[in-house]
Design a binder for this molecule. Structure first.
Ligand code: FE
Length: 270
């Protein structure tokens, strides 16, 4: 059941990319292990001309899911990736990368999500890694009146291609018809849904553009109130360690953040 509902906050990042910050805002700083969730989307070409020019990361993973449009990625050690509609880029920053991220419109549209997933202390300094997952590699599970895309974790015996370093379930639930939907979730994991089309009710009503934080029970049940409802259902095992944030770096202590800025300035992040 949903225990609280929040609206995302309009903001901008990168080279003036307008976006909605859903987690990582003044209302919800984080939901362990999730540090940030942004929705970027536009049908106006001028919103996206700048993209996200080169910037560093250390200490966590970014998971970018393109609903519409393309996404070009490049980093300072020569990795390049290109996603199209429905694809996911899973980037493990580990000890550090410097990369650029450029969403591109397709037929005037671009829409996607970026989720920041924390790494535990023991894995913050692992080697960086990229996993570009094309749409056709993401399994679809038919449900009554709809379909579930399994990006990570398991749903009705089908496992997604995402490979997190901690326990995570990441589903995109698409219901063309009204009706009920339920699934088991790991007890004591932190879970949320984000409605990006339509409306549902699970204890509380929630509609397009809102985040619902779930209780930590072992199941999620809802009633889909509108046709063509779509929502992300994301659940993660809490890490339970201190979190120190400094811009694009997320570590356990202030001293480690200062070290990350020093390493970036001296060219050690790639
Ligand atoms: Fe980035």
């Amino acid at each position: 059941m949903i225990k609280s509902v929040f609206r995302g906050m309009k903001t901008s990042d990168g080279a003036g990319v307008s976006l909605t910050r859903i987690i990582g805002s003044p209302d919800i700083n984080m939901l362990d292990p999730f540090l940030l969730l942004d929705e970027f989307g536009s049908d106006n070409p001028n919103d996206y001309i700048g993209g996200f020019p080169p910037h560093p990361h250390r200490g966590f993973e970014t998971i970018t899911y393109m609903i519409n449009g393309n996404f070009k990625h490049k980093d300072s050690v020569g990795n390049e990736g290109y996603l199209t509609d429905g694809g996911v880029q899973w980037m493990t920053a580990g000890r550090g990368v410097v990369h650029s991220e450029m969403p591109e419109q397709k037929e005037g549209l671009v829409r996607g999500f970026q989720l920041w997933l924390n790494l535990p202390k023991s894995k913050k300094m692992i080697d960086p890694y990229y996993n570009d997952i094309q749409a056709k590699e993401i399994p679809l599970v038919n449900i009554e009146g709809g379909v579930v895309k399994v990006i990570c974790g398991e749903f009705r015996g089908v496992s997604g291609p995402g490979k997190p370093h901690t326990g995570v379930k990441y589903l995109d639930v698409q219901k063309e018809k009204k009706g009920t939907f339920s699934l088991p979730i790991e007890k004591l994991w932190n879970s949320f849904i984000y409605i990006y089309e339509g409306a549902i009710r699970s204890g509380l009503p929630i509609k397009k553009g809102s985040l619902g934080i779930l209780d930590t029970s072992d199941a999620f049940e809802c009633e889909v109130m509108e046709e063509n409802t779509r929502f992300l259902m994301i659940s993660g095992e809490p890490i339970g360690e201190p979190v120190a944030r400094g811009g694009p770096f997320v570590m356990n202590t202030r001293a480690e953040i200062i070290q990350a800025f020093e390493d970036y300035q001296s060219g050690k992040l790639g």
